[in-house]
Design a protein around this ligand. Sequence first.
Ligand code: C2E
Ligand code: CA
Ligand code: CA
Length: 399
Amino acid sequence: MGIRRELFAGEVLYRQGEPSDCAWLVEQGAVELVAQQGRRRVSQGVLGAGELIGELGLLEGAPRSATATACEDTVLLAVDLAQFRERLEGGDPIVRTLVDSMLRRMRALAAYVPEDAVLPAEDVAMDDPGERSGVGRIRLESQLRHALESGELEVRYQPIHDLQAGAVRSFEALVRWQLPGRGPVSPAEFIQLAEETSLIVPVGEYVLDRVIQVLTALRDQGLEALPSIAVNLSAKQLVEPGMARQIVQRVQRAGLPQGALKLEVTESRMLDYAPVAAVMKHCRDHGIPFALDDFGTGYSNLTHLHKLDFEYVKVDQAFCRHMFDGPRAMAIVEAIVDMAHRIGAQVIMEGVETHDQLGRLDELGVRHAQGYLIGQAAPVEQVLSGEAMRWRERAAATA
Ligand code: C2E
Ligand code: CA
Ligand code: CA
């Protein structure tokens, strides 16, 4: 089953009686539903852009109750059962009970409808903003599935400057999604959506695969110092059964040296410390270091912090941005840096945009700086050519 389908006027999407293998979201155009009841053909209405078709049969596991035919050139996106099921099963138990009870009642009513009864056309108006935003998310989720299959996701690499070495020695992998007709979608938007479903798992695998490819290519260049690349993991990915073992296996299979791959996990999303700690230990034992991401933005549960085995603290960019606002802001930065050093972690300061900030961080003994001053997330070619590492030369040339 393709995720996206294009139909011309008169083309049939599915026929009455066929099994319901997915629902469809109309992206463009219109589809008419016609049910054959005895000898009568009954139109169940015309559905346009933003509307769902065949979702009830899918949820019920019943065959198609009508034949769906495109009225004009039409584009549809498939919505599979897992997409609904996951939401329902993970959702409010009361809502689940209500949906089940409505489906049961509809089945019971349908059994009483005479074969030749004329059904009213469906009320298909979608004026409710809540419903619209629900459809928007269903669409985005379907499009994300499509993006994964068709390679629309791009991984970019933001350079990280090592102040001690005086050079870029690592990168952070950041995923980008170029959505045709909508432009780039921020990972802040689609990663959260992916995290709400199990889609985060294939997205994470996709990013990890790309990163391992890049590290392998860099290693094969025989560089003096192989840069490391950090991959972001959501808390959900991290505790996915078998995830840690799989990451370790992939790195070993590629024959990458210890420390080449790093993992970043956001502190604020680590609700369940014990499994996270176990995963961190397994990875660390196999030469994959961890960074605690966005430090200082979550609820910074310091009582658990000492139990986690991480070697880097990534201080959220808000701290760097406000560092020079006043002595209190500076004191907080100093205290965070000091705390990280005392627990034996290296600091990576995020959001470094000016030379003044970099200079002050150097004075504080911060080891790593990441931000637009060093460079934005660069395409893979610039990493492979070394271009993404040469920010100093670029800055000197433009000064
Ligand atoms: P993050 O891990 O905190 O990534 C840093 C974000 O800050 C990136 O945004 C980056 O472009 C931006 N940034 C870097 N330097 C500067 C700077 O100097 N100034 C400013 N204003 N911003 C800067 P981006 O790429 O939009 O990523 C947003 C978030 O999406 C990331 O935050 C990360 O949590 C998540 N994300 C990105 N890629 C992945 C991924 O592959 N997997 C997972 N699970 N999450 C990802
Ligand atoms: Ca990160
Ligand atoms: Ca961060």
